[in-house]
Design a protein around this ligand. Structure first.
Ligand SMILES: NC(=O)c1ccc[n+]([C@@H]2O[C@H](COP(=O)([O-])OP(=O)(O)OC[C@H]3O[C@@H](n4cnc5c(N)ncnc54)[C@H](OP(=O)(O)O)[C@@H]3O)[C@@H](O)[C@H]2O)c1
Length: 278
């Protein structure tokens, strides 16, 4: 099988390249093909002749998207549509990585795949609009919604906490946003399984369990920096350009329907911390 990964230089992309042992996997960064250039995208796909495309590339800076909505929409929605058109023209299957931020966070039970999208910020809107477009462009498409990614291949919350703990005795962390931390090697393996199962439609893929950012920080620092004090604060005490959903836990029912289950986030965090130490 031939697989082409857009966003191969990113945190998830690096793990995707390793998740298809025995297959012919090629990866692209923005330098190889900019999603905003339809000709770039189509010629990259024609050259690679993939059976499957995994579209992990995106403008992922959530606050940056709020300040530069034109770029967010151009890359995350219109760029994704370019990849979907190329997939349709070359008969390739497409996996699109989407986000828990397509939801507004008003629920207090895990979001199911059929819950209505109602994003609170530009990044979430760019992903929500991409989802609808892609499902129209190609029937051979699987939307993988995931959340709160962490991994050794990029900037992520555990890494930020551990770096801050080196210089600050006390960290103030938001305790009124809840989600599912997800370890990128686990996500990459689940995506590879979905490809093998010819998945279509929408699937929620996260590690098991859920927590607040404060609870996540406590688990990270208890393991690595037990003398650092972690103080819970509210979102209102830590204003940011983009509004975040208060609750974006994704139900894993759709993943279980494919016979796939990922370990709990605490188990994933232990493996991340080991991997980080090398
Ligand atoms: N991080 C999270 O917490 C989270 C949560 C939910 C969903 N997601 C989604 O999961 C996917 C992977 O996230 P990540 O954190 O691994 O991303 P990341 O580390 O920020 O990597 C982004 C990738 O996209 C590429 N890219 C950016 N702009 C591009 C453009 N205009 N044309 C082509 N490629 C471009 C980058 O290439 P360069 O290196 O060349 O810039 C890089 O390979 C994304 O779709 C993201 O939206 C992430």
């Amino acid at each position: 099988m031939r697989v082409l990964v857009f966003g191969a230089s990113g945190m998830l992309g690096k793990d995707l390249l390793a998740a298809f042992p025995g297959d012919d996997v090629a990866g692209l960064s923005s330098r190889d093909a900019d999603l905003r250039d339809g000709n770039d995208v189509l010629s990259a796909v024609r050259k690679a002749q993939p059976d499957w495309i995994v579209l992990s590339a995106a403008y992922t800076d959530v606050d940056g998207c709020e300040k530069d909505a034109a770029r967010a929409i151009a890359v995350n929605r219109d760029g994704a549509a370019q990849v979907a058109s190329a997939a349709a023209q070359t008969d390739a299957g497409l996996i699109f990585i989407s986000s828990d931020y397509v939801f507004d966070g008003e629920k207090r039970t895990p979001y199911e795949i059929e819950d209505p999208r109602n994003p609170l910020n530009v990044y979430g809107r760019s992903k929500a609009e991409a989802e609808s477009k892609l499902l129209e462009i190609t029937p051979n498409c699987c939307i993988v919604r995931t959340s709160w990614l962490f991994g050794v291949g990029g900037k992520c919350f555990p890494d930020t906490m551990l770096k801050l703990a080196r210089t600050q005795p006390e960290l103030r962390v938001v305790d009124d946003q809840h989600g599912c931390p997800t370890y990128t090697p686990d996500l990459a393996i689940a995506i590879a399984s979905l490809v093998r199962k010819h998945a279509r439609g929408i699937v929620h893929v996260t590690n098991g369990g859920s927590c607040s950012w404060f609870e996540f920080a406590c688990a990270i620092l208890a393991a690595e920096s037990p003398n650092t004090r972690v103080v819970p604060i509210t979102t209102a005490e830590f204003p940011r350009p983009a509004k975040r959903p208060a609750y974006s836990v994704l139900s894993r029912r759709s993943l279980r329907d494919f016979g796939i289950e990922l370990p709990d986030w605490q188990d994933a965090l232990r493996r991340y911390l080991r991997q980080r130490k090398g």
